[in-house]
Design a binder for this molecule. Structure first.
Ligand code: G3P
Length: 217
């Protein structure tokens, strides 16, 4: 399983990219709004840092396929790595099919069932984004959704890749990897937590103490 970072915060993207752990970025309307910056500017800046797929979502207020297609074409023009993120609706499927036929990469988002993922794949989606944490929030095991999608895509020989989204903690990350997600898109805080273990810190402190006892500084 590969890692994308799920944020529009440029400093966090740079930190994660410099650590060598991410190969793509996902944003959504809430994350862009949180930064309070112009969409195109943020995306262009992200593209100058990360050489990999960058998902930019159509406007949250655009609900018809024609509008999503027009916006999707504009998003695709920003940079060669752009992926157009589209919400999972009947109109979104139409837009996905059209954009895919034009060679534009798409990420169907707000996926909560395996059936939604299969429909998105059949409409030509490059990626599907099942939301793990939001399913857990309503007492439905999000990881089961990812396992089902992975099993169905394998059986049906579907090329669409699974991006586990709404990842909230390190256990989610392990669960997604075991369930067969191709990618997990993870907030920086979770990636950072994943680097840490108290025994690693204790080991470093002991190595340092033992080394210094013999060799000094
Ligand atoms: O990629 C989707 C993700 O940003 C949603 O996460 O934590 O708002 O459910 P969350």
């Amino acid at each position: 399983m590969r890692f994308f970072i799920d944020t529009a915060k440029v400093e966090d993207i740079k930190k994660a990219y410099d650590m060598g752990i991410i190969c793509g970025v996902t944003t959504n309307p809430s994350l862009i709004a949180k930064e309070g910056r112009v969409f195109e500017e943020v995306i262009a800046e992200i593209a100058s840092i990360v050489d990999g797929p960058i998902s930019g979502e159509v406007k949250a207020t655009t609900e018809d396929a024609e509008g999503m297609i027009a916006e999707g074409r504009e998003i695709a023009k920003i940079h060669k790595n752009m992926v157009v993120k589209i919400p999972m609706t009947a109109e979104g499927l139409k837009a996905c099919k059209q954009l895919a036929s034009e060679g534009i990469k798409t990420n169907m988002t707000l996926i909560f069932t395996a059936n939604q993922a299969l429909l998105a794949a059949r409409a030509g989606a490059t990626y599907v984004s099942p939301f793990l944490g939001r399913l857990d929030d309503i007492s439905v095991r999000g990881v089961d959704c990812i396992s089902e999608i992975a099993a169905i895509f394998k059986a049906a020989k579907v090329d669409t890749q699974i991006i586990a989204a709404s990842v909230r903690n390190p256990i989610h990350v392990t669960d997604c990897a075991l369930a067969g997600a191709d990618i997990a898109t993870v907030p920086f805080s979770v990636l950072d937590t994943m680097t840490k273990h108290p025994l690693t810190d204790a080991g470093i402190a002991k190595f340092k103490k033992d080394y210094m006892a013999v060799f000094g500084e």
